[in-house]
Design a protein around this ligand. Structure first.
Ligand SMILES: C[S@@+](CC[C@H](N)C(=O)[O-])C[C@H]1O[C@@H](n2cnc3c(N)ncnc32)[C@H](O)[C@@H]1O
Length: 630
């Protein structure tokens, strides 16, 4: 076996930067020299050679994505390799790994002994897998769309228990850079560069013995055209890590495009970010089903401008039969935003036998029962839990117990804490601000609204996907009753409401319950009490998806123009003379793509003169009117 013997001490990589000259296999060829114009970008334990021009893709804002992926694959490897008798050693990790961080339940801490392990009652020496070392029983990893190879180098240096990493990109420039970066970081023994179309590579490796244990896909925009190959090329119980950055499509701006890519219609709704997660999960499960396979989501997160899902894929004809009943259509009222889910299939259990049949519906009438407006139909969406809470607890406790391991550890801890607090059997959510804006009243404080739901006997939680989200098992009728009670305490001017408006219709009905808004302790989530970094502020101006890399470098003029047009809705005209001092709200961020925001002084003067002349004309007309009236 190629993994480290137990007697050897675990390799510890101390700080967030490493001495790249000495890392990895000492027998390797010396690291390559920097080429003219190249810089070294450091992230995690990796130091990446990077051409200054935009010839190969790199987005620093995605550090969170890469950190989280290292954390997830580490826990996945820990679980999988334990079954193979291999113990993974994570740098900086104490001997005891807490399985649960919840303050109330410290008893569920589990021990992870670094050197020995009890197996079948016998004390048996375990094989130990450390970072940067090839483990013969370890995981085969594919990064299909690797760009500079940063993510793969980080896997090699930060994730223990790996047998091989293939970092693939169809750009020859990117593949050459990946190879140099592997060498520069001393991980060529573990990481091979590949230059193929990602789908073709995965199709080549779909044979049972050649499949990958982990496949990471981080594309420009949509991953939809890689999914068919990915669900086939992942091993039994293997892990798919998938990013989508086509949020406009997935969040309802273009439902028909979403259908063509994911087989699901997205609609504009307050819960659009969780809907996007459920759309990609639906799409994965549907494509896996073609090959008698099915998915099991481990973690699904909506972050900044993208979503990321981590799912395991298994094979099983019997379970695949249940897939239809895991998907649902959503009826969304265009007036008040009330929504109802309609499962696509039905499973009935009769003793040991399962019966599958078509679902019956619809769950709503032709008009919304609350406001009388019509419904939009979205989906199908994945309607089952989007996380495996036990797995998320493991990742959370490993990251929180070893905070120096990742640059974004605080944010991971905050986000995963919220994830563990989410009601996992309740798809989608309302937002208090949209409920109050529907009936034109002021917004109830979140704590009071959650308390009212609890007082009324319902369950409630927040969601990591949206700050003001209310996830609850309360029916929409109960939610509107609570809003009606709130409105009684904070009256709306009824005379100003149109009789056909949703507000008028909703407020014309008397509530059938008396809501109690007294704050309850259990309505305040732990993550809030502990002041965790739950929701991220925008990192800097012009953050977001980055420009595609292009031959010869630079950013495509199209994208540059789009940025100028849409970011914060400010327009800059290149041809106009520019004011030579920066605006207060925009400072140069030194990423090469941001500009100092400037004003056009000339235009301002012209506008000012125009206003003065309009005022003068108005004054003269008024004067003439006065004269004629005399
Ligand atoms: C968003 S970047 C990947 C970023 C990288 N995962 C990271 O974390 O820094 C997408 C990359 O996919 C590559 N790419 C796009 N389509 C591809 C395909 N069909 N096969 C292989 N690579 C592809 C592009 O050349 C680009 O480098």
């Amino acid at each position: 076996m190629g993994c480290r013997a137990p007697a050897e001490p675990p390799a510890e990589l101390s700080s967030s930067t490493i001495d790249i000259q000495t890392a990895g296999d000492p027998k390797e060829t010396p690291p390559p020299e920097l080429l003219p114009g190249e810089t070294v970008v450091k992230e995690g334990k990796a130091a990446i050679l990077f051409p200054n021009a935009n010839e190969v893709f790199y987005n620093p804002v995605q550090e969170f994505n890469r950190d989280l992926t290292c954390a997830v694959i580490t826990e996945f490897a820990r679980d999988l390799l334990a079954e193979r008798g291999v113990k993974v050693v994570v740098p900086g990790e104490k001997e005891k790994v807490l399985v649960s961080l919840t303050e109330e339940d410290p008893e569920v801490d589990a021990e992870a002994d670094l050197t020995t392990e009890k197996k079948n009652g016998d004390e048996e020496s375990a094989v130990v897998a450390t970072v940067g070392e090839k483990c013969e029983l370890g995981l085969r990893v594919l990064e299909g769309l690797a760009a500079s190879g940063l993510r793969s180098v980080r896997f090699a240096l930060e994730v223990p228990g790996l047998l091989s990493i293939t970092a693939n990109d169809f750009s020859a420039k990117a593949a050459a850079l990946i190879a140099r970066n592997a060498q520069y970081n001393g991980v060529s023994h573990l990481l091979q560069a590949s230059c193929k179309d990602a789908s073709m590579l995965m199709y080549e490796k779909r044979g049972k013995k050649e499949r990958y244990d982990v496949i990471d896909l981080d594309p420009y925009g949509s991953p939809s055209h890689f999914l068919d190959a990915a669900v086939q090329a992942v091993s039994e119980g293997g892990l798919l890590c998938i990013t989508c950055t086509d949020m406009a499509v997935m969040a309802g701006n273009s439902g028909e495009t979403c259908y063509s890519k994911y087989g699901s219609v997205s609609i504009k709704a307050k819960y659009c970010h969780e809907m996007a997660l459920r759309i990609i999960l639906h799409s994965l499960d549907q494509r896996a089903g073609v090959y008698q396979r099915y998915i099991q989501p481990l973690l699904s997160v909506s972050v900044d401008f993208y979503i990321r899902v981590f799912v395991r894929v298994f094979t099983g004809q019997a379970t695949v039969k249940n897939s239809a009943s895991k998907q649902a259509l959503v009826y969304n009222c265009v007036g008040c935003g009330s929504f109802h889910l309609q499962r696509m299939g039905r499973r009935t259990i009769n003793g040991k036998h399962m019966k599958y049949s078509a679902a019956s519906g619809p769950p709503v009438g032709t008009e919304c029962e609350h406001c009388g407006q019509r419904h939009q139909l979205g989906g199908p969406l994945w309607a089952e839990p989007i996380h495996d809470s036990q797995f998320v607890h493991k990742v959370l406790s490993a990251v929180a117990g070893n905070p120096s391991r990742f640059g974004t550890a605080k944010r991971i801890e905050g986000m995963l804490s919220v994830v563990t607090e989410e009601l996992d059997d309740v798809p989608l959510y309302y937002t208090v601000d949209s409920l109050s804006s529907t009936i034109h009243c002021n917004t109830p404080p979140l704590l009071k609204f959650r308390s009212a739901l609890l007082h009324a006997g319902h369950r409630v939680s927040i969601s990591h996907a949206c700050k003001n989200a209310i996830k609850t098992d309360a029916p929409s009728a109960a939610i509107w009753d609570i809003m009606r009670c709130w409105e009684k305490m904070n009256p709306v001017k009824r005379e100003k409401l149109s009789v056909t408006s949703p507000a008028f219709k909703i407020l014309s009905t008397e509530p059938s319950l008396e809501a109690c808004f007294t704050a309850r302790e259990d309505a305040n989530p732990q993550s809030r009490k502990r002041h965790l970094t739950r929701f991220q502020e925008n990192p800097h101006a012009f953050w977001g998806p980055k420009a595609r890399a292009k031959a010869g470098g630079g950013i495509s003029t199209n994208l540059q123009d789009k940025r100028k047009k849409f970011q914060n809705k400010r327009k800059i005209t290149d041809s106009s003379p520019l004011k030579n001092f920066p605006c207060k709200r925009f400072r140069e961020v030194g990423l090469g793509i941001s500009t100092i925001h400037t004003h056009n002084t000339h235009t301002s003067i012209v506008l000012c003169l125009l206003q003065i002349s309009l005022f003068l004309v108005f004054f003269v007309v008024l004067h003439l009117c006065f004269m004629f009236s005399i």
